[in-house]
Every structure is written in C-alpha cells, then in structure tokens.
Design a protein around this ligand. Structure first.
Ligand SMILES: Nc1ncnc2c1ncn2[C@@H]1O[C@H](COP(=O)(O)OP(=O)(O)OP(=O)(O)O)[C@@H](O)[C@H]1O
Ligand SMILES: [Zn+2]
Length: 569
C-alpha cells in the first residue's frame, strides 16, 4: 500500500463550472483516486474553490451581495454539483479560509526573509472612469506576441504567454470599456522568480522522461523564455492581506494564494478532524517522503503549477512536498469555441445533471478526454456514444442476462455444468483486457482506460451472442445455465471495475447480487488477473435482482431539443 496525495486545479468561484472544467481537472483526478483506493492505497484527494481576486469581487457586486456572502453561497452551490457528479473529494475547501490566509502569509514571510520577495515601484493602469487601479486581467487589448485582439493583461489566452497590462496594444478597461486609461505609480511586491529559475529547471529536467510532454513542454517554454520576476500583490480588498507597512488595501495576487490552498485545504481537513488527519504528514519533510503527489489541470494552469508554485515552495527553504507528477490536459471545446464561464458558453454542470445522470457525462468525458489534443463536445457524438456504449453494450447486456435468467431459472443464479473451453478462453481475454485497463489507469491514460472498459463490456456481449442461451435452453438447459452464470460473473466484474469511471452504475450493479461478500464500502478491491479469469465470484444459488434499465437512450427529439437549448453550431 502506498500513499497518494491528489489535487485538481481549483475551480474559480465565479459560477457553476462547465464540462470543460470537469474533464480538464476534477473528473480525471476523481477517476484516478477511486482507482487507487480500489487498489488498496491510501488516497487523499483535495480540492477547493478558488475565491480571491477581482472577478469574485465584481460578481458579488453584481449580485448585490458582500463578497464573503457571495463566495459562501457559490461554494455551496459548487459543492452540491460536485456531489451530483460523484466526485470523491476527501476534502473540498475554500481558499478564503483562515488556514490558507495563515499559510499564504507564512510563505510571504519566508520568501521575504530569503530575499526572494522585493518591493518595487511600478507604473500601473488606473482607470478614472472606474475610479480604480485595474487589476491585470481587467485590462484587455492586443497581444504584442501573437496579435490576438482580446488578450488579457495577465496572460494571452491564445499563445499562453504571460503579459503585463502595459504590454498590451490599444488597451481598454474590461469593467467599463473605457480606453482613457492612465498609468500611475504604485508600490508592489515581486516574487524574484529569476533567482529560482535554475533550481526549477533542474527539477523539471528530472521529469522530462516521465511527465506528459504537454506538461514539460509548457514548463520549458516558460523557463526558456526567461523566468521574469512576478508581481504578487494587487490593489484590492478581497484576498489575503499583506502584512507590511504601506500595504493596507493591498492583498496577495490570487495565483500566489490559490496553489497554497492545496495545503490550506488539507489543514482545514486536519483541523476539522481535531488533528486526526495530520496535514503535515502529507506535505512536510520526512513524514511525507512516502507520499506520491499527483496534480491534475488543463494547459493554462500548467505554468503556475510546474514553475511558479514549485519556485515558491523551494524559495521558502522549507521541505514542502513538490509535485511528483503533473497530468495536463488540452481543451474540451464546444462546437466552434472553448467552453467558457465568463462568456457563458457551453454546457454547465447543473444543466448537465438536469438532463441526464452523472455517469452518462463521466463516461463520455473520459472516453473523449483532451489528452493528446483538444477535443470537441458535440451532441451528436455524445448521443451516439451513450446509446452505443452505455445503453446497447453495457445496459443491454445486464438486462438481457438477468431478465432471461429470471424467466427461465428463477431468482437465483443457476448452476449449470462445468465451464468449458469457451469460458476458459473468455476468461483469458477478460484478464488480458483488465490488464490493459489497469495499465491505462496506472498511466493516467483516461481515453485508453475508457476504451478498455468498453472493450470488456463488448467482450461480454460477444460471449452472449456466441453462446446464445436463448437457443441453448431449447436443447440443453444445463448449458444455458452455465452461460448465464458466467454472464452474471461478468456483471459482477463490471460492478467492480467500472467504479472509477461510472461509480453510480457500479453501485447499481453491486445491488444485483445483494448478499455478496466484499462489496461494502471500504472492502472493495481490484480483481487480480486470476480472479478475473476464473469468473466464479458469484456462486450458483446466489440471489440476484434485476435493476431498472441502467441507461436510457437519447432520442432524436432529445437531441433536437438540447441542440436548440444550448445552441449548437
Ligand atoms: N475547456 C476546457 N477544457 C479543459 N479544461 C478546462 C477548460 N476550461 C477550463 N479548464 C480547466 O478547468 C480548471 C478550473 O478552471 P477555472 O475555474 O479557473 O476556470 P477557467 O479556466 O477560468 O475557465 P473559464 O475560461 O471557463 O472561466 C483549470 O484547470 C482549467 O485549466
Ligand atoms: Zn498572444
């Protein structure tokens, strides 16, 4: 048994997230966590809402709420939606917590003591029309590197380069649209990343062979462009206060405190258990030496996690746990463009759950995860895969086997004769496919994992077609009984191994054999190849029940209505 610390990029607080956020961070982290738990490992899966920064402040204002109240409500709404998607966080915290404030200030102090934070007088964009200094992302203009005309003052979404607002060509205020911007002098703290660049580079170089190319290439691109010192304070009220004279009305930049919240949330959990779970044992020095720390995020977040956060951790001179693996994702697009919360574009998680239960989405998203490239959600593809893989392959198999067996042999698993050649070969193939599936999950190859799971479902259908118990029963009821018992063992295997990707369905499949040992929470395990090949976990005579139809088909009418509702072109 090993210890795994898993974190997924923190969802920002500005509204319910969309399918892109889910597939690019939380869902793969959940699938991996569930798999590792079934493998018997000790897993701590941590996530939280990212609550600081100007967008939260502005959204609160628009909602007529104090920013504290706005964040509290939005946190609860997000938490509820994630429960709906069966995300198995061990803790879902809040970056505005007292724990995070304390840790962020601690990081600030340590970095200052080590000479890695310095004060600079800078020119900052002030908008007289808005009566305020504009935070970087609230200045919009043309990217000097690639010419993208809606680049934000902190980062160009198009070429991922980090920017300063004053780099932008033809800048304007994102708050009021005003182009009458002034540049005024103000003082801010800078993280001297340039001093840490070589240490970070040396660290990334040790990961070149094992991390996804997407991750290391983005990290290296950043380092090769020259790691510049980065402003880490902002003129805002909402955030972690900077403990320094003259810094009243300034807070730490949201990208400074957000990754620290991975630690903060662990401490929130630790405190909520009265110290029973010791946060230090996951994050500090020797106590955390046996921990494997895996982070999940999409590509825009990779620079912060592969370079800036580790630089901060190293810069403290303390023994913080660094990421052992960073799994990065490309974009999931919705028709022509990127899903976007701020543009209200695509399908949002609450809407998705109104249409269909979580597993339909979870399966589709993992089968189409944007791993090697961007991928697209289309309603047509979604309907086709749900209908074929979930309804026709898995759902139909389960339903046919159980209803037919009940009709001919009653409410217990029929005995039948000894497994023959066909069953032996089936067992071998199933074990091999399970091997592929496990390997894909071990390697965090989620598309491959979903494919391998589908291959197992499909193998079961192939077996049933080949044996055709509805024919066998006419001449050899014993043979039909053997086929059905074997098929029921496949159902039981699916109940075990489908859990990471479609956990609610797995729970319903466990309900098929209510008395079976080892199916309770905390007792479930991952089958060994031998156990999978034997196909004999469910004995003859065991009770079974027939579940309601597992997956409903998406009809042409559904498709038309959903395309219409969400806009699809
Ligand atoms: N279309 C997408 N496909 C895959 N991952 C995405 C997509 N959009 C956002 N993400 C990821 O979701 C995670 C949470 O992001 P966050 O809440 O900050 O939203 P965001 O990136 O600002 O998205 P949006 O642009 O929709 O507001 C991050 O890891 C981010 O990279
Ligand atoms: Zn650009």
């Amino acid at each position: 048994m090993a210890r795994y610390l898993i974190t997924s990029a923190l969802p920002y607080i500005n509204g319910i997230k969309h399918l892109g956020n889910l597939v690019g961070s939380m869902l793969p982290a959940d699938v991996y966590s569930r798999y590792l738990r079934l493998r018997g490992h000790e897993v701590l899966y941590i996530c939280a809402t990212d609550e600081h920064g100007t967008p939260a402040e502005l959204a609160a204002k628009e909602a007529g709420l104090s920013v504290e109240e706005f964040c509290r409500r939005q946190h609860d709404l997000q938490a509820e939606v994630y429960r709906g998607f069966a995300l198995s966080f061990d803790y879902f915290g809040r970056s505005s917590s007292a724990q995070n404030r304390e840790l962020t200030q601690h990081f600030g102090r340590r970095l200052t003591e080590n000479g890695l934070i310095e004060e600079r007088s800078i020119q900052q964009v002030y908008s007289p029309a808005d009566g305020r200094f504009l935070p970087d992302r609230y200045v919009i203009g043309t990217c000097p590197h690639c010419g993208y005309d809606r680049a934000r003052g902190d980062q160009c979404e198009n070429c991922t380069r980090l920017l300063d607002p004053t780099d932008l060509i033809e800048p304007r205020s994102a708050v009021s649209g005003s182009t009458e911007l002034e540049v005024r002098e103000t003082r801010h703290l800078y993280l001297r990343q340039s001093q840490l660049a070589e240490r970070v580079r040396a660290w990334i170089e040790t990961k070149q062979d094992s991390w996804p190319v997407l991750t290391t290439s983005i990290a290296m691109k950043w380092l090769n462009e020259g790691l510049e010192d980065r402003g880490i304070t902002r003129d805002l009220d909402w955030g972690v206060p900077v403990e320094r004279e003259g810094y009243e009305g300034k807070v730490y930049y949201v990208w400074f405190d957000a990754p620290i919240e991975y630690i903060g949330a662990t401490k929130e959990l630790s405190d909520s258990t009265g110290g029973e779970i010791d946060w230090r044992s996951w994050w500090r020095g020797e106590a955390a030496e046996d921990v494997t720390y895996v982070q999940f995020m999409a590509k825009d977040n990779i620079p912060f996690h592969s370079v800036m956060f580790p630089a901060m951790q190293m810069g403290t001179g303390e023994d913080w746990k660094l990421a052992d693996y960073i799994k990065g994702f490309n974009w999931l697009n919705y028709y022509g463009g990127k899903f976007s919360t701020s543009q209200n574009y695509g399908i949002f998680l609450d809407q998705a759950l109104e249409l269909l239960p979580a597993d339909y989405w979870r399966y589709f998203l993992m089968a189409n995860a944007p791993e090697s490239d961007d991928t697209s959600f289309t309603w047509e593809l979604f309907a086709a895969q749900v209908n074929k893989d979930l309804a026709d392959t898995l759902g139909n198999f389960v339903n046919r086997v159980l209803t037919f067996s009940r009709k001919r042999f009653g409410d217990q698993v029929p005995a039948g004769g000894q497994p023959g050649e066909v069953e032996a070969r089936l067992g071998e193939r199933v074990a091999a496919m399970l091997g592929d599936y496990s390997e894909a999950l071990d390697g965090m190859q989620f598309r491959k994992a979903a494919q391998a799971l589908r291959a197992l479902w499909s193998e079961a259908n192939g077996y049933l077609e080949q044996k055709a118990p509805w024919q066998e029963i006419k001449t050899d009821p014993e043979a039909a009984a053997l086929t059905l018992r074997t098929a029921m063992n496949l159902i039981q295997l699916f109940a075990q191994v489908s859990e990471p990707i479609v956990p609610d369905t797995a729970a319903r499949l466990r309900g098929v054999f209510p008395g079976l040992a080892g199916t309770e929470d905390g007792q479930r395990t991952w089958p060994t190849p031998e156990r999978a090949a034997a196909l004999d976990t469910v004995p003859a005579g065991a009770d079974f029940t027939v579940p309601e139809v597992l997956f409903r088909k998406i009809t042409d009418d559904d498709l038309a209505a959903w395309r219409d509702r969400f806009g699809a072109q």
